[in-house]
Each structure stands twice: as structure tokens, then as C-alpha cells.
Design a protein around this ligand. Structure first.
Ligand SMILES: [Mn+2]
Length: 330
């Protein structure tokens, strides 16, 4: 374990803490932020959570989520809070460009900076870095850090639930990215009263009728399977966005369905947006979609889950994706 003496010293008296996570926050970004916030508050700190952009509505049930300050909604307030912070904790992201316009303010701040993350290649901008790419989620790391600080008894049921949410969502309900600690931490959280059936139901049985019909459309009319390269692609057009009045979060899990086809090991969900084409990529095993995203689509993420974008026509992005497949899939 890493040297905790400095962080312990910094947190040994009340601080104004700001917890930050990445744009388009997912369950892990939100859960780790809220869980760590709960822990730090019980240590006597004044804690605020700031996210660059709004969270998906399916997470509205999470305790404390209403108190999160969204930079996109109130820029002045968000920046003000960050400027006044004496401790800044950056959770579930590896570089200041992941928090967009908040980045420079964090860079300029003289606050004590903490980075807890499981993405590849963390930038060395923080004073305390707890980074482990083998961790399932930042929530897993937040919990193990709290354990190392002998603070587990400070976690209440809601903190435990919030941390469980990140593990659940970043592992696709324990289907990938798990390690021994993942199950151990999940067990510890369940011991603290977490009702994982309730959390699963709240998160995964939350489709609207429109979203399920959209999923059907994607699978029936927009999917192309390329068995020789163990790949599948779903590409949706601007017209699809209009026809289904697609909003933020509506297409969240579409990409994962393609990997349910036997023999398919890499999946691309490609979306034509007003000025840009965005890609969500998933893979199984040793195929690194992180490399594909980084080398060809100006993106990154994890080995088996990443994303990217391109300023090009939808058809051209699809063609480019197909043409690079042989290089990455044996
Ligand atoms: Mn994560």
C-alpha cells in the first residue's frame, strides 16, 4: 500500500474539500464521489461534489445526488467553490482535460490534490495519487483507501450503497473487470446493509418504453455483424436521433448487446451527431478497444471499454472502423 502519512495529516483537521469527477458521469464517477464525500463529512470536513455535466436520470435515486453542483448549470458557483477549496479530490479520471473547462482552475489551485482512479496513465498533477488499473472501479479503490485509513466504520448505509453502485455499473453487474478485491469489497459493503437486489432493479430495470423500442430498432435495423473479424457494429444516424427523440442516456447500454452474440468479441456503437461522430467500443479478453480508440478515434478509456470520436461522415467512420479491425483482431 502507498504512503498514507501525508494524506492522513492533511485530513486530520477540517478542510474545505471539493470532489470532482469526469464529464458525462457514470455510476462509478457519481458513486465514488458521493461515497467519498460521505466518508469525509463524517471525518468533519466541509465537502462539496462538483461534476462538469449532468448525470443520467437513472441515478436520481442515489442519496445525496441532488446536492451535486453541475458546472454546466452554474459555472460561477462551481468555479468559486473549487477556488476556495483547501483539498481537491479527483475521482475516476486520469487527466485534467477530462473535466474540460474546470481543468485550468484545478491546475492553478494551491489546494492539496488527491487523485483516485483506475484508468490507464494518470497524469501526475496530484499530491496524492492512488491509481490502480486492475481495480474494477474507483469505488473499489475509494473503499480500500478508506479501509487503509481505518475509516470503514464511518460509512453509513447510503455511503455503502453509493460505493456499491460504482462497482455494479463499472463491472456490468460483475461480468467484467473484476478481481479478488472487487468481490471482497462488495461483500464488505453488503455486510454494511447494502441491498444489491434493490440497486440492480433501480439501475437496470429502468428503461422507458421509448428506450426499449430504440434498442429494438438498433438491433433489428442498424446492426451489422462481421463474423470473420468477430465484430459487430451499430451505426445510428441523425435521422434516428430525430425519429426516436433520442436524449442523453437513451442509448447508454446499446453497445453491450452486441457482445451477447456468440463469437462476437468487439462491438462498436457509432452515432452521428450534429458536428461529430461518436463511438463507444467494447471488447472481450485481450482485444484492446482502448488502443483502437486512442490510435484511430482520438479517444481512450479502458482495455475492454472505451470511446472516441471523429470529425467525418458516418459512413466513413464505419468504413475506417472496419478497415482497422484485422490489425487488432486475430
Ligand atoms: Mn470508473
Amino acid at each position: 500500500m502507498i504512503d498514507l502519512s501525508e494524506i492522513k495529516q492533511k485530513l486530520s483537521f477540517p478542510q474545505d474539500v471539493v470532489i470532482l469527477s469526469h464529464r458525462n458521469p457514470d455510476g462509478d464517477a457519481i458513486g465514488s464521489s458521493l461515497g467519498f464525500a460521505g466518508f469525509l463529512r463524517k471525518m468533519g470536513h466541509n465537502v462539496k461534489v462538483v461534476l462538469p455535466s449532468d448525470y443520467p436520470l437513472i441515478f436520481s435515486f442515489m442519496k445525496g445526488i441532488d446536492d451535486i453542483i453541475i458546472f454546466d448549470h452554474d459555472r460561477a458557483k462551481a468555479l468559486d467553490i473549487i477556488k476556495q477549496a483547501t483539498v481537491i479530490a479527483c475521482l475516476d479520471f486520469n487527466g485534467l482535460d477530462r473535466i474540460d473547462k474546470i481543468g485550468p482552475t484545478v491546475e492553478e489551485s494551491t489546494a492539496y490534490k488527491i487523485l483516485i482512479d483506475h484508468h490507464l496513465d494518470p497524469e501526475p498533477f496530484a499530491d496524492f495519487i492512488y491509481s490502480k488499473t486492475s481495480a474494477s472501479s474507483t469505488c473499489e479503490l475509494v473503499f480500500t483507501l478508506i479501509e487503509e485509513m481505518n475509516g470503514v466504520n464511518k460509512l453509513d448505509l447510503y455511503d455503502a450503497e453509493n460505493l456499491f453502485v460504482g462497482i455494479l455499473t463499472d463491472t456490468g453487474t460483475f461480468k467484467y473487470s473484476t478481481n479478488e478485491d472487487t468481490y471482497r469489497v462488495a461483500s464488505e459493503l453488503k455486510k454494511r446493509g447494502v441491498d444489491d437486489y434493490y440497486l440492480n432493479d433501480a439501475i437496470y430495470n429502468s428503461y422507458t418504453e421509448k428506450q426499449l423500442k430504440l434498442l429494438g430498432h438498433c438491433l433489428a435495423n442498424r446492426m451489422e455483424v462481421i463474423p470473420e473479424h468477430k465484430a459487430a457494429i451499430i451505426a445510428i444516424t441523425k435521422q434516428d436521433f430525430q425519429d426516436f427523440t433520442i436524449e442523453r442516456g437513451d442509448t447508454e447500454s446499446v453497445v453491450n448487446y452486441m457482445l451477447m452474440i456468440k463469437g462476437i468479441e468487439v462491438a462498436a456503437f457509432i452515432r452521428e451527431q450534429p458536428t461529430i461522430v461518436k463511438l463507444s467500443l467494447r471488447s472481450k479478453g485481450d482485444i484492446s478497444v482502448q488502443e483502437i480508440a486512442r490510435n484511430h478515434f482520438n479517444g481512450g478509456g479502458h482495455k475492454n471499454a472505451s470511446g472516441g470520436s471523429a470529425y467525418a461522415k458516418l459512413e466513413d467512420v464505419v468504413t475506417r472502423f472496419k478497415s482497422i479491425l484485422p490489425k487488432y483482431i486475430k
